[in-house]
Design a protein around this ligand. Structure first.
Ligand SMILES: [Cu+2]
Length: 138
């Protein structure tokens, strides 16, 4: 059944586009590029970092470009949020990225402090360096 997965994914994408949580003007949109050189990039930032307020509603719009290798499920990069203190994962922020543009409606952690975004897909020999600072302000 070759078409089934495609249809399921199209449904997911359509569903997220139509979701009321993504209504324009209600959440700040943060745009990130997960690039083919295994680096996160944000336009206008030499050292990309994300700053959010505790509990802030945001829409993360990620453009993902294939690097050297990818997961069997087709994901080419990850976007996973860790607490800097103990490297534990933040619930709801363990994202797998497919080629192209994806939007995620997310809520910032309630606990202010330093976090780190890391890639969870072994995307190239430079995968280990695919990380980005993330700060939650009170
Ligand atoms: Cu990656």
């Amino acid at each position: 059944m070759p078409g089934v997965r495609t249809v399921a994914r199209a449904g997911l994408i359509l569903g997220s586009l139509l979701s009321p949580r993504l209504a324009p003007g209600q959440a700040r949109v943060i745009e990130v590029l997960a690039d083919k050189d295994s680096r996160y990039k944000i336009a206008g930032q030499a050292r990309p970092a994300i700053e959010v307020k505790a509990g802030e509603a945001i829409v993360l719009r990620v453009t993902a470009k294939k690097a050297k290798s990818w997961n069997r499920d087709g994901s080419i990069h990850g976007f996973s949020l860790l607490r800097a203190s103990d490297r534990s994962k933040v619930a709801g922020w363990d994202l797998l990225l497919h080629p192209g543009i994806q939007e995620f409606a997310l809520t910032a952690p309630l606990e202010p402090g330093e976090y780190e975004v890391v890639c969870t897909v072994i995307c190239s020999q430079d995968h280990e360096g695919m990380k980005m600072k993330f700060v939650v302000l009170p």
